[in-house]
Design a protein around this ligand. Sequence first.
Ligand code: RIB
Ligand code: CA
Length: 313
Amino acid sequence: MVAGERPLLLLDCDPGHDDALALALAARHGELLGVTTVAGNVALERTTANALTMCEVLGLDVPVHAGSPRPLVAELRTAEFIHGTSGLDGPAHPPHRRTPASDDAVGFIVDTVRAHPGALWLIATGPLTNVALALRAAPDLAGSLRGVSIMGGGVPWGNVTPAAEFNILVDPEAADEVFRSGVPLTMAGLDATHQWMIDAPIIERVRACGGAAAAFCADLLDFYGAAYGTVYSDRNAGPLHDPVAVLAVTHPQLVTTERLHVAIELTGTHTRGMTVADLRGVRRGAAPNVDVVRTVDATAATDVLVDTLAEYR
Ligand code: RIB
Ligand code: CA
């Protein structure tokens, strides 16, 4: 991508606190053609409502299309223990009369990709159900998407289980179809996203931006950090997962990637949902299929985040 270019983007998401910040970055640094929602952090009705709320907060005139209410095969599991009952707990949500543009996220994805052959990035920050269904409906998408940049997986660790990260574990069958589709794929896993921890001093920089949008995001990050502090560690700081999948496209200079073969474990008793990356470096291993994000320049990423939120009112 040429420096300074605003890439064409679709954002498929399950807001979710970090999805909300990903939306703010995508709308500012890309030409965001639409948002599609999927069940994940909370049920589809809530992720869709949250996407509409975040568009209101950010003042975005972007269509929101609702997608899959459940994974392809697995039972839906959700993450209220991190994101709260609403999925965006923390700030008071502003009133709005926004409604979804459709309940056909898959059809919107297919039509939009086909309208921009070779030019569109699909950024997926939730379970990959919609993405897999779009590839099933239109296998030609694998060759016409510029790429798919996901937040998901981890090399080698998970968060819901020692092996599996939430987005992949919610719908491993969908992830398996996406990873085997041949689509140009970038993966921001937990080993990368945990390099970008959002603590109190950063949240104060966000709040100091001024404006209602930055205040809303600061309240989101306060809640998110406290939730992580209670579940994963004694440190009130949350890893900013989903924005890494956006920055890997809009600010590729802030990450490093490595091409690896990554397979999705579907059947392991202890490893279902694991992203199994081949780090052996052998000559005759399976051909690499993913650009795996290995490092994130957290200091620069924080500056981008703060500068971006300062531009919203
Ligand atoms: O494991 C982190 C991922 O799961 C993030 O996308 C978060 O929003 C949740 O969807
Ligand atoms: Ca998410």
